[in-house]
Design a protein around this ligand. Structure first.
Ligand SMILES: [Zn+2]
Length: 281
């Protein structure tokens, strides 16, 4: 993990190895944490690394419902703010993909494929008590703490509930999972055309610092790179469907854009298959 103090109000926890990034807003009246990582132990280790006590946190923001942004919530005692869709999706997940039965099935699958990951996941499940956001907003939340203004803006795209956090004075943008830097993005709850539009919206912020959900601090070049990846992959998949090609033939086409090899290589074909299924409805 790299901890980057962007300026007097903004910190970024950059964690390309661990998996997911997070953020911290500093104000004279306490702090705001942006996303809570994938486990109670992980979020506590972040706070420890910057020497922040739980009682200094005045607010937590969940940028979207994905477990790697919300499963540390239980350690926090302050209010948790999220878009209304985030709360609704977390509530429905508790009955479906986050039910004890479903999580146990996930663990069993992991045991068969990745014993190290399975051991970490088992340790998380032993203590996990998923905590829901208790403050919700629609469209946009404009807040102020200790004279520092912050905005939480609903955009969607990666997930229907995704929001970004914008610090207008600092011109810092916590873009959450609208940006995956240097690797294949995770698409499996996304609306691809909406995501592409969201990336265009991100460019309009004219941000001085951009913190992606995954990967290192980035600039507009990374937004363009992801936009191109999504648009080219989407268009090429539509063309394969128009030509009557099967999903397997389509996914094997070497003409698709690639990222340099890394541990998310499996998403290359998985993403094409997701788009194929979306396009054929
Ligand atoms: Zn996500």
């Amino acid at each position: 993990m790299e901890i980057i103090r962007i300026d007097s109000v903004a910190t970024a926890f950059i964690r390309p190895v661990e998996g997911v990034n997070a953020g911290l807003i500093h104000t004279p009246q306490g702090m705001i944490l942006i996303d809570t990582t994938s486990s109670p132990a992980e979020v506590l280790s972040l706070l420890e690394a910057v020497d922040v006590r739980l009682e200094e946190l005045q607010l937590v923001i969940n940028t979207h419902f994905h477990s790697d942004h919300t499963w540390g919530n239980q350690e926090l005692t302050c209010p948790i703010l999220a878009h209304r869709f985030c709360l609704e999706r977390m509530e429905s997940n508790l009955k479906n993909e986050w039910s004890p039965h479903a999580l146990q099935a996930n663990l069993n699958d992991l045991k068969a494929t990745d014993t190290k990951k399975a051991e970490d996941f088992r340790a998380t499940l032993q203590v996990l008590q998923i905590k829901l956001p208790d403050q919700v907003f629609d469209e946009r939340f404009e807040g102020e703490l200790g004279g520092i203004r912050y905005e939480v803006i609903h955009l969607g795209g990666h997930t229907p509930d995704l929001s970004v956090v914008w610090l207008p004075e600092s011109r810092t943008l916590y873009a959450s999972d609208l940006i995956f830097q240097g690797r294949y993005p995770y698409l499996f709850d996304s609306d691809i055309p909406a995501w592409i539009s969201c990336l265009d919206r991100l460019l309009e912020f004219d941000a001085r610092a951009i913190i992606p959900g995954h990967g290192v601090m980035c600039g507009e070049a990374e937004i363009h790179a992801l936009r191109d990846y999504l648009q080219v992959t989407w268009n090429l998949t539509a063309e394969h469907i128009r030509l009557g090609h099967s999903i397997d033939e389509t996914a094997d086409d070497p003409a698709y854009p690639v990222f340099s090899p890394n541990k998310y290589e499996r998403l290359h074909q998985a993403n094409i298959r997701y788009m194929y299924k979306k396009l054929i409805g």
